[in-house]
Design a protein around this ligand. Sequence first.
Ligand SMILES: [Cu+2]
Length: 208
Amino acid sequence: MAEEKVNLTPQVDLKDAYVIGEYNFAAWSKGKDENDNPFDTSNYLKVLPHPDEKIVFKDPYQDWQNDHQDGKFKEKSDSGNYYSSWGPDKVLDVNLRMSQLSELEIEGLGILKAGDGKIPWLDDKATPYEILRAYNGLVPGPMMITEPGDTIKVTLKNDLDHSSNFHTHGLHVSPLGHGDNVLFGLAPGETWEVEINIPEVHFIGTDW
Ligand SMILES: [Cu+2]
């Protein structure tokens, strides 16, 4: 049997292109409704930036560097995109709220709009492409900077409509109690006080 080839080449000028992930692109790009009109794509993710524009992510690391010069120590950026216990602080107090967004604007990219997670012309199959979730409504989410020996205290609120979990990748820390516990389910509406103790001998790294 000959392998069917899916053509993923956009049929529109890239300046106007909308893409919702390779998985759905082939079906979407030739999509017509029952009256043979093209689908209304205004609610789908516009993920290809205009070629003349510069995408501006509110880069937490750059903000942190700007705020921490000449011996200055700041616990939080004005926009909330970073938290820091770098310097004399030993405890990093962080407030995180998990929520679903209906839209989000990224300068140079446009507005990302979320749908209900279902695509009618794909038999209402739920897909991840229309759902937009974030910590504190920020993309990228807040960055935390600590030093070995510091304690991260996160007040975590789950404002999603399903249970969730909070854990890190790459840290060599204890999962016990309200620590870095992948097995703990946080119910909708619930708040959890997470405490993560970074060992004095922890290596330097970028963890997430
Ligand atoms: Cu994970």
